[in-house]
Design a binder for this molecule. Sequence first.
Ligand SMILES: O=c1ccn([C@@H]2O[C@H](COP(=O)(O)OP(=O)(O)O[C@H]3OC[C@@H](O)[C@H](O)[C@H]3O)[C@@H](O)[C@H]2O)c(=O)[nH]1
Length: 434
Amino acid sequence: MIRLRTMRRWFTSVTVIAFGLAVLFSWSMIVSSKNSDDIKRLESHASPSNGKPYSMVKPTVTDLKEAADRIKELESRLQDLELRIPKRFPEVKFLTYKDRKRILITGGAGFVGSHLVDRLMMEGHEVIVVDNYFTGRKRNVEHWVGHENFELIHHDIVNPIFIEVDQIYHLASPASPPHYMYNPVKTIKTNTVGTINMLGLAKRVGARVLIASTSEVYGDPEVHPQPETYWGHVNPIGPRACYDEAKRVSETLAYSYNKQEKVEVRVARIFNTYGPRMHMNDGRVVSNFILQALTGDSITIYGSGEQTRSFQYVTDLVDGLIKLMNSNYSLPVNLGNPDEHTIKEFATIIHEMVGKKSTITHKDAMEDDPQRRKPDITRATTILGWTPVVPLEAGIKKTIQYFQGELQRSKHSERNLHEPSFYGFTSKADYEDL
Ligand SMILES: O=c1ccn([C@@H]2O[C@H](COP(=O)(O)OP(=O)(O)O[C@H]3OC[C@@H](O)[C@H](O)[C@H]3O)[C@@H](O)[C@H]2O)c(=O)[nH]1
């Protein structure tokens, strides 16, 4: 597939260049034949066919000048066309055949998935993204489209897919409460039927699978902070159950395939994560508060604001996911930043950092909203040697800048919305900044 696309790109470029050259060639032929007719006439001192005197043939020089200008114009148009064809990609490492892996990322066009794509691509792996674009966007990965190590497949993993891969990061699922509650049955299908499809694929091709689970498997926890050994406190028929319970089943499926079919599994329990490429309509607290503060709307706290969350920046999560996938550890691992804040405090932080004159207001509490959440990351630290490194302030600063850009873009026309090709890309320099 990758070769076919590369060939198709080359074929298109060659066709465009050939077409341009053909236009140039025919133009110069017309001009030169016209010119040679005139020269012949000049040589034979004959009058032009319209019977005008010899002096009237002189404008051919002007014709030639016009032709030269026209050729220049065509050449520059051709250059413009050529410039559009070859694409500049972020720099990727070269890996030998032995070290390079074929990696499938379900939900790879989403917020977390696309950052993982960037890291794995830059490390020199072959990356295949499968996404149904329910919450993911092509725009998140468009800077890789056309790269020989990259493949983007529009597919819903609720239906089986057959491809040869070494590793599968199974990230596909809506993750924000309003999104997963929007179509609860679909959320359950994605995390159950979709997970079965991925585990089945892993079984057939001998791939290792990492399941993106969640802190929501702990429900409204009665143990604080939450270690992986805690079994959780989930309301099985509440509005969050479609996500919480489906993720719990997803974990159960992983360990059942491991036990019965010897599929190698990894389970990451992901805590609240934020950063660039979050959707403007994501609906989670980080994007809501930043957008409200930037636009001068009221910052809306659901309930008292005494509930707590611990926020991790997306690049820290990506580090943890890659470390976990490549470790020898198969039990669940919490990935989150233990820096805990009440939602009230968080509203004040955003309010101060954005520096606009929004007011902070309260709305009704969400049903079954977990009251305290903070990961115990002892396991990740001791087994993976992983700890989050991005401080809240640095991460929020980057996220504010990103949403400022999004607001600017949404003011522009639809055509401009698709212009920047390195959208939300975290370069090496950006990592050093954090
Ligand atoms: O505008 C808002 C949005 C949210 N909130 C509150 O902020 C807290 C965090 O809410 P979010 O919607 O960001 O995320 P939640 O913690 O409820 O769920 C998240 O948990 C971890 C991940 O697996 C998922 O991304 C998501 O399910 C909640 O207490 C919520 O009620 C507000 O006060 N105002």
